[in-house]
Design a protein around this ligand. Sequence first.
Ligand code: HEM
Ligand code: HEM
Length: 183
Amino acid sequence: MHIKDTPAGYGLVSRLFHWLMALAIFGLFALGWWMVGLDYYSVYYHSAPDLHRGAGILLLIALLARMAWRVLNVKPDDAELTPFERKAAHLVHLGFYPLLLALMLSGYFISTPDGRPIDVFGLFSVPSIIQQKGLEDTAGLVHRVLAYVTVGLAVVHTIAALKHHFKDKSNILARMWSGPLDR
Ligand code: HEM
Ligand code: HEM
């Protein structure tokens, strides 16, 4: 069992980060999309945004840990891709990190300009650092655009992974699921 990444593929930690965060990102997208349509009398009017914000902050912490883990690990070999595919994959993979960071920061700035902290499931809270009128509206627009761009990119990324698996019969998806295939 490989914990760290090797030239042959992703280790356990990177795979857990990848799949758990992918699930959480799609989940938060669906939750965000649904909750902005709730009316004041819905029983979920307060609990759905509380869940979205709390899970978002936990995801931000996971993202920072994942970025550190990425820097500390070797990059698995992608020699079987064409030079174009390699460049495109690299760009998309690296693009996810700043996009997700900006998405979470904009979420923070929707939630805190009124001075209230974000409570993370009663475990801890993240204080408000900037109180400025109108900031929540700008942050809301940025957050919406970034959420759509991120999920759009994730869909393209998923189609590319499925194409490599089913059409090219490569082991790229298999090794992201089961780890380096050299055991
Ligand atoms: C620190 C992390 C996050 C925080 C604090 C946060 C906070 C918020 C808040 C407060 C809203 C409500 C905006 C409004 O009432 O207009 C919202 C909406 C939304 N969020 Fe997040 N969010 C975070 C992360 C994410 C992530 C990772 C996604 C995944 C793609 C996401 C997707 C959405 C979507 C789709 C909406 C609805 C946007 C709209 O149609 O206006 N959020 N978020
Ligand atoms: C929001 C969802 C997703 C995000 C943000 C995401 C992000 C990433 C990132 C950043 C990498 C590079 C490795 C790393 O830094 O950890 C990666 C690799 C990979 N992802 Fe995703 N991913 C998502 C969903 C998916 C889905 C749904 C699939 C397939 C059905 C998939 C298949 C793969 C594969 C096969 C690799 C390995 C590519 C290689 O070995 O070069 N991803 N993903």
